[in-house]
Design a binder for this molecule. Sequence first.
Ligand code: PEP
Ligand code: MN
Length: 337
Amino acid sequence: MVFILYPKVTQDKIDKFVRGWEEKGFSTILSTGTEHTAVCLIGNTAQVDLDHVVQTTDIVAFGKRITEQYKAVNRTVQEQGTSIRVGDVTIGEGFFTVISGPCSVESEEQVLEIANGVKMNGAKVFRGGAFKPRTSPYAFQGKQKEGLEMLSFAKKETGLPVVSEIMNQTQLDLFDDIDIIQIGARNMQNFDLLKAVGALKKPVLLKRGLANTIEELLMSAEYIFSAGNSQIILCERGIRTFETMTRNTLDLSAVVLLKQKSHLPVIADPSHAAGIRSLVSPLSKAIMAVGSDGIMIETHNNPAKALCDGAQSLDLEQFGKLMDELKERASLEKKVI
Ligand code: PEP
Ligand code: MN
């Protein structure tokens, strides 16, 4: 962390400022220019509130962090990308893992038909929401506990690992048979929940919040990692912009940046990004082209009758066609799909 002091600050004030940091256990390096003095702080600056220092210290003109606040998930600590194993499935570099299934679990017949359909076409993980975070309290809230049981049933029948969204830590016990725990966009900064899944020994799929920066997503991953769980999959799912023609705006740069900044696997969700079925296929190909480690797509056996997000869901035939196209491209990208 570096502080640039105002010009013509007296030596007394500089000494006092430096002494203050040294008393807190930091070392300092001073660089005196013709106009400004720079004070470089060395030590664990993670707990230093930069803005607070700048605003409350009358000799400091501005300050800047030199290293990122996310440490454990940072690529600088691990050059090699992290690979996550779920049963026989790998999520990480060299793979393009397709996760698919309905927005929400509706019935045993529904999950079984979709799970078999997506599996036949090459999906490696089955998704389905049992606890649904809906904008309206009057909208379908998901089948909840019963929905998780239906997912277990689909898992048993098809052998596919399953992923489902948790909404708060009181639900944790219900998720014993769920292979990957999803933290949805609306909970990305639910820090108690992040700490709770950080104590688990199973993978967590962490989705980017609707209005959260890439750095904030990485800091949320840091919460999970620093609580003891390194099995984290980051997911870009579109952010809210001024655009109204799509549900959200897919931020493809985020996929690239997350891969550069962190060693964690990164996937993207074109369904929630677009909100429109006809965009899912083209966006999926773009997601693969920018180097994503996988994708999560909503697929339904009868999208017109879906209880949630039917408009963005592919039917099984459309999913099959997309998978054919992705498989062709995967060989060019030298990825196992
Ligand atoms: C979902 O994946 O079902 C979901 C609700 O997504 P998001 O949290 O990205 O809105
Ligand atoms: Mn959905």
